[in-house]
Write a protein that binds this ligand. Structure first.
Ligand code: SF4
Ligand code: SF4
Length: 67
């Protein structure tokens, strides 16, 4: 299995407000930031994410952090 050599962000559950629609999702052109239901914590699809970290700045609660 080939490991990834870039940082994939994670959702800090203690900070995430589980917005109705995650505001940071629009930053991800790869649609790697997913949210199945409104008011659910989003998650990062590690298969799709390429570690650009653009989504970090889009969360007004600083709930997306780079590992
Ligand atoms: S990551 Fe940020 S923008 Fe997205 S649901 Fe959580 S608090 Fe809202
Ligand atoms: S780091 Fe980039 S590719 Fe990964 S979820 Fe955030 S915006 Fe999408």
């Amino acid at each position: 299995m080939v490991g990834i050599n870039y940082r994939v962000p994670v959702i800090d559950a203690a900070k995430c407000q589980a917005c109705r629609q995650c505001l940071a999702r629009k930053a991800c052109r790869l649609k790697a930031l997913a949210q199945f239901e409104a008011h659910e914590l989003p998650y990062v699809d590690r298969e799709l994410c390429r570690g650009c970290l653009l989504c970090l700045a889009e969360c007004p609660f600083q709930a997306i952090v780079a590992e």
